[in-house]
Design a binder for this molecule. Structure first.
Ligand SMILES: [Fe+2]
Length: 296
């Protein structure tokens, strides 16, 4: 199983990562190998899920664990009660729980060199888990059961990452909140079982169930490697090599630090420029390839 199984144009996507939402469709029966509503119901009702496997959402908030769990285990029946009260359950890191998703996770990491995680979301009819928000990575939504509507607005931040422009750390500004309250979504995608929805990072979304059926979808998140990540790897390597040079471990005289820091800054700027020019690019490429397969 690979990206080919999920989208129509994997080669084009791997060479030019799409920055616009798009929808694909597969036979919904093909997704039964991953997860079904019946399996999720059974996991919930047999109390098979540990606290680390679930996150409970309601009214756009993540419930604190003490409200439904004792240490490592949700209290018996608590997850079903949450669903019955209109809450959403997110099943976390399913690549560690479901063998077919472990395979998918492994192949997608190999194919992209990106960090990948796989979660599922079960939302009852007439409910909504998270309201308007955006994510710092692309999500590929695989609709498994029931319909779900995804109103989408254009990004406020170009190419957000966890460390810059992240909704999860920064939230929305008052202007952005006003915009969202007064502007209809650019488009609303209503997903049916078998739909695969590519939602690039930064797009503001507020999904909710429609109709009488619960919605179950898988979210495959690809945590993109950025040019900043490449630069960071190179800088880390240059600094690691610098540490092997006794001259670089020499102390900077206190008077230089306090009275003439420009001398040290000038010296080290030139050192780093020289070190970057001497960097062995073949070795660096091999390091990057190995690093890309490590978990994010
Ligand atoms: Fe999201």
């Amino acid at each position: 199983m690979s990206l080919t199984f999920l989208i129509d144009d994997p080669e084009a996507v791997l060479s030019s990562w799409p920055r616009e939402p798009r929808r694909y469709h597969r036979d919904p029966l093909l997704f039964e190998r991953y997860l079904t509503l019946a399996e999720v119901d059974r996991l919930i009702d047999t109390n098979c899920l540990a606290t680390r496997n679930v996150s409970l959402l309601k009214n756009s908030k993540i419930l604190e664990r003490h409200l439904y769990a004792d240490e490592d285990l949700p209290r018996p029946g608590a997850l079903r009660e949450h669903l019955n009260a209109g809450g959403t359950i997110s099943l976390r890191s399913l690549e560690r729980l479901v063998p077919a998703l472990a395979d998918l996770h492994h192949v997608l990491r190999q194919e992209t060199g990106y960090g990948v995680h796989v979660n599922a979301y079960l939302t009852p009819p007439g409910a909504q888990g998270l309201k308007y928000h955006y994510d710092p990575y692309v999500t590929l939504i695989l609709q498994l059961s029931g319909p779900k509507a995804w109103p989408v607005h254009d990004p406020f931040v170009v190419n957000p990452v966890r460390e810059y422009g992240s909704y999860h750390t920064d939230g929305f500004t008052p202007e952005q909140l006003r915009f969202l309250a007064n502007t209809p979504p650019k488009e609303t995608y209503t997903l049916a079982p078998g739909d695969v929805f590519w939602l690039p990072r930064g797009y503001v979304h507020s999904p909710y169930t429609v109709g009488d059926a619960p919605s179950l979808h898988l979210t495959v998140a690809f945590k993109e490697r950025t040019y900043h990540w490449v630069a960071e790897r190179i800088a880390t390597e240059v600094l690691a090599q610098a540490l092997t040079d006794p001259a670089m471990r020499e102390e900077v005289p206190p008077s230089t630090i306090t009275e003439y820091p420009a001398g040290a800054v000038h010296l080290m700027r030139n050192y780093l420029l020289g070190a970057l020019l001497q960097l062995n690019e073949d070795e660096m490429c091999a390091q990057l390839a190995a690093e890309a397969q490590r978990p994010v």
